[in-house]
Design a protein around this ligand. Sequence first.
Ligand code: HEM
Length: 247
Amino acid sequence: GKVEPAINIDFSFEGPFGKFDRAQLQRGFQVYKEVCAACHSMNYVHYRALGEENGPGFTEEEVRAIAAQYEVQDGPDSSGEMFMRPALPSDRFVAPFPNKEAATAANGAYPVDLSLITKARAGFHGTIKQFFEGIGGPEYVYSVLTGYQEPPADAGEGPAGSNYNPYFANGPWIAMAPPLMEGLVEYADGTPATEDQMARDVAAFLAWAAEPTMVERKETGLRVMLFLFILAGLLYASYKKMWKGIA
Ligand code: HEM
């Protein structure tokens, strides 16, 4: 099918000095929790991660309260029984369906786990130029969420119940109905919940979830560059000194 390259968004976390925007990650989590989590799992993320300094930065108390809204199976207890208990910060995000089969049966197609979606689609339809413009996985997510269109006259018929979205990697027909519409969530911080805003916020949240240590990685990279720069200066100075008057 015909697939469009992703739309460019300037996220705060792009570039060598880029950092996640805490308020944006909190809003993005809210969108995931209230909208996407009805269908999509995030099996690789633990509730405790929501408290990370370079992440959404919820307080310990808030993280506990978020986790406690879900139930997980535990056990066996002393009498050999399995039991349900409220989730703890050490638990993984509770999935909407017990397994892949149930998720597919409910949606007509499998709603992929979103833990690593921004990495899985990072270079999708990417060119070197797009890479240098900072167009990657989060832009892909944003584009899919906002990219629903009336099918052009020559598009033919998609599978029953599918929607036309030329940004979807396996598109242009997608089984996911447009998940966002203006005012769908009421942001805790009062930001107006336009479709564009929610799409940006949840894309940023998913980018953080896929690489929670991004800020540390960039800081390490900058230190390494600084070290190499100083080392190069020292090497040059000692080279000059050793060869002084010889060559
Ligand atoms: C596919 C994100 C809400 C059901 C996708 C894809 C993305 C995505 C990025 C494409 C995956 C790929 O490239 O392989 C989101 C986000 C949501 C959301 C960020 C919340 C804002 C929902 C909801 C449902 C749903 C509420 C169910 C009612 C699906 C299904 C697919 C899909 C079934 C697979 C489509 C296909 O294979 O044709 N979603 N989604 N999604 N989503 Fe969602």
